[in-house]
Design a protein around this ligand. Structure first.
Ligand code: ATP
Length: 273
């Protein structure tokens, strides 16, 4: 049974209203997607194409206008409060570690929160598990006492990853959550995610602009465009040169840079590593 199943998802937002009449625009149109245990999906696409919206709908954080969301086989479409087992099963790490961390809680308190809520851990057991999670993501047990403001961006991102791992979820949505880490740390985190996938069947959705990550880590990959998902083979991203899909990926992945740099082949270098 898929851990998450989206059927016929449609999502619109309103825009305008200040100078112009408010109108609605469609971000997702008839999107169907299922994520199976132990599977790793890559989702790429232009900025603003709706990737994060899809991620939020998949987590049950946002309701679609049409279609259904099933998590662990339960229909949670539009539910304001998700059942405890669903909240535990689906975790997320956002790109913006600073914005998604409470500045008044220490790293230890941030990671302890789901352990208290879901596993009712306390005292020594709680402290040991927090220390273990910090070490798993390459931080020190002593970092538990630091407030978010005392971490670098990459370190705080790892605190957020440790928090997401804490309740032993079945699915983790990583919204641009590992691409910003330095290469060594990124490799360590990906090894860790891979071992959890093998050991416990944890599934991942990577929302990313990083094709190397998709190629190395994902079983299936989708490109989002015009509100729809287009599947592509993650291992064959280099073979798609010249195709319409690759041109779209090009635009989606490359940051704005002079044409000259583009001619020098910086894209293939980025992808071929
Ligand atoms: N709550 C909202 N209200 C109105 N419009 C929204 C809302 N959330 C997202 N949008 C709009 O929906 C579109 C898709 O946004 P989304 O964040 O899903 O894109 P994305 O592909 O994740 O982009 P990026 O790669 O830049 O993070 C954008 O035009 C965005 O402005």
């Amino acid at each position: 049974m898929p851990v998450v199943e989206l059927s016929g998802i449609r999502k619109t937002y309103g825009r305008g209203g200040f100078f112009h009449k408010q109108e609605r625009f469609t971000v997702l149109e008839d999107v169907n997607l299922s994520l199976n245990p132990g599977e790793s999906l890559g989702l790429v696409g232009r900025s603003g194409s709706g990737k994060s919206t899809l991620g939020r709908i998949m987590l049950g954080l946002e309701a679609p206008d049409a279609g259904s969301v099933r998590i662990l086989g339960q229909d949670v479409t539009g539910r304001k409060r998700l059942p405890m087992d669903v909240r535990r099963a689906v975790q997320v790490v956002f790109q913006d570690a600073i914005g998604s961390s409470n500045p008044r809680l220490t790293a230890g308190e941030i990671i302890a929160e789901p352990l208290r809520n879901f596993d009712k851990l306390k005292g020594r057991q709680l402290r040991d598990r927090v220390a273990e999670l910090l070490e798993l993501v390459g931080l020190c047990p002593d970092d538990a006492d630091k407030l978010p403001g005392r971490f670098s961006g990459g370190q705080l991102q790892r605190v957020c990853i440790a928090r997401a791992l804490a309740p032993s979820p079945q699915v983790i949505v990583l919204d641009e959550a590992v691409s910003s880490l330095d290469m060594l740390i990124q490799a360590r985190i990906l090894d860790l995610l891979d071992s959890l996938r093998r050991q416990y069947g944890t599934a991942y959705l990577f929302v990313t602009h990083d094709l190397r990550l998709v190629r190395r880590f994902c079983d299936r990959a989708f490109f989002m465009s015009d509100g729809s998902l287009h599947a592509f083979d993650p291992s064959r991203t280099l073979d798609m040169k010249g195709s319409g899909v690759l041109r779209e990926l090009f635009d989606a992945i490359l940051p704005p840079m002079p044409d000259k740099a583009r001619q020098q082949g910086s894209f293939s270098e980025r992808v071929a590593v």
